[in-house]
Design a protein around this ligand. Structure first.
Ligand SMILES: *[C@@H]1O[C@H](CO)[C@@H](O)[C@H](O)[C@H]1NC(C)=O
Length: 328
C-alpha cells in the first residue's frame, strides 16, 4: 500500500452532526455516539485526496489538533518546535522514521486513554471496577424512556434513536469478553475504540456495512461508497477531482473481483487490511512531505518549513490559545 494518501471517511462526522443537532441529553452534553470515536478508524485509501486534518490528528492526537486549529501560525510553529525536541529521542538533531512512528503511536495512545478515562469517570463516578449495561444505558439513552414509538423510530440519514441503541448494545456485547454484561475499563476501551481491537473486527465490519449499505442488499455499490464521503450541494454539481479518484480507487483497489460491489471479504480487506500499520504509514508520509534534501530523515527546519503539514490550521479566525501544561 502506498503511503500518504489518506482520506477520512466522512460518515462519522456526518452522523455526529445528526446526533448533535437532534439528541438532547440531561446535562446538556452530547450522548456518546459510538461512531464519533472512530476518527482514526482503519478506513484508508491508496488513492485520493490527501486529508491534512487526518495528518494533524495523527501527529497531535485528535484533541490537540483541535486546539492547534485556534492558534496563530507563529504560535503553532513555536509549539511545533517544542514537540520536535521531544520527538528527537536521541537528541541527535535528526527525526528518523522510528522516532516519528513512536511519536504517532504515543499521541494516539494518549488520545484514546484520555478519552476513555473521561467517559469512564462520567458514567462511573463511584469508580467501580465495572460499568453495567443497565447503568450505561440509563446514562446515555435514559431520555428515550419518555419518547413515543414514533420519536424513537424517526430516522435522520438512516439513523434513529432506536437504531443507535441497538448498535451500542451489540457493540457492548462483543466488548464484554467475560459475559457479565458489565465492562471493565479495558473492555470499555474496546467498546469506545474498537478500531484497535482484533476481537472487535467483526462488529466494526457489521457497523460499516450498516452505515454504507443504504439499499440494504448486503453489499456496497460504488455510489454507496462515494455517498459516504461526498454529497453534492446541488443536484447537478460536477464531482470534484478527488471524488473521481475515489471512484477509480473503488474499482482498482477495493472491488477486488470487479463485480461492481464490495462484498463482505472486500469490506473486511478495506477496513482492516492484514498488513497495514497506520503509524508507520503515516510517519513515512510525513517524512515524504517534508524531506526536502531526501535523506529520509527530518531536521527541525524541514519540519517547521512544512508546519502546515504537521499542525497548521485551515481556519483563518484564530481564537484563544489553549495550552496543554505538560508540553508548553
Ligand atoms: C457502584 O457500585 C455500588 C455498589 O455495588 C452500586 O450501588 C453503585 O450503583 C455503582 N455505581 C455505578 C455508577 O454503577
Amino acid at each position: 500500500m502506498t503511503t500518504g494518501t489518506f482520506v477520512l471517511v466522512a460518515a462519522a462526522a456526518i452522523i455526529s452532526l445528526v446526533a448533535a443537532s437532534s439528541i438532547p441529553d440531561s446535562n446538556g452534553e452530547l450522548p456518546h455516539n459510538p461512531l464519533e470515536h472512530d476518527s482514526l478508524h482503519g478506513k484508508h485509501f491508496d488513492a485520493g485526496e490527501h486529508n491534512s486534518q487526518y495528518d494533524h490528528e495523527s501527529f497531535l492526537g485528535a484533541d490537540e489538533a483541535k486546539k492547534f486549529d485556534e492558534l496563530t501560525p507563529e504560535e503553532s510553529k513555536r509549539r511545533l518546535g517544542l514537540i520536535v525536541d521531544r520527538i528527537d529521542a536521541d537528541k541527535n538533531v535528526f527525526i528518523t522514521l522510528a522516532e516519528l512512528k513512536a511519536w504517532i503511536q504515543y499521541t494516539q495512545r494518549r488520545y484514546i486513554d484520555e478519552d476513555v478515562s473521561r467517559i469512564w469517570r462520567q458514567h462511573n463516578p463511584d469508580n467501580n471496577k465495572t460499568i453495567s449495561w443497565d447503568v450505561y444505558r440509563k446514562s446515555i439513552y435514559g431520555f428515550m424512556d419518555t419518547l413515543s414509538k414514533e420519536e424513537l423510530e424517526h430516522e435522520e440519514q438512516g439513523i434513529s434513536y432506536k437504531s443507535m441503541l441497538a448498535r451500542d448494545r451489540r457493540r457492548w456485547a462483543v466488548a464484554d469478553r467475560d459475559l457479565d454484561d458489565s465492562l471493565t475499563i479495558e473492555e470499555f476501551t474496546a467498546f469506545l475504540h474498537p478500531e484497535d481491537h482484533p476481537t472487535m473486527r467483526d462488529v466494526v465490519l457489521q457497523e460499516t456495512t450498516d452505515d454504507l449499505d443504504k439499499d440494504k442488499d448486503g453489499k456496497i455499490s460504488v455510489d454507496e461508497y462515494i455517498g459516504d464521503m461526498y454529497r453534492p450541494s446541488e443536484p447537478d454539481e460536477e464531482e470534484p477531482e478527488w471524488v473521481l479518484s475515489e471512484r477509480e480507487s473503488f474499482s482498482k483497489h477495493r472491488d477486488l473481483d470487479n463485480d461492481g460491489y464490495l462484498t463482505e471479504n472486500e469490506i473486511r480487506q478495506w477496513i482492516s487490511p492484514n498488513d497495514f500499520d497506520h503509524a508507520e504509514s503515516e510517519a513515512k508520509h510525513l517524512i515524504f512531505e517534508a524531506d526536502v534534501d531526501h535523506d529520509e530523515q527530518l531536521t527541525k527546519e524541514e519540519i517547521l518549513d512544512k508546519y502546515d503539514v504537521f499542525v497548521g490550521s485551515q481556519v483563518t479566525d484564530f481564537g484563544e490559545a489553549l495550552a496543554r501544561h505538560d508540553e508548553f
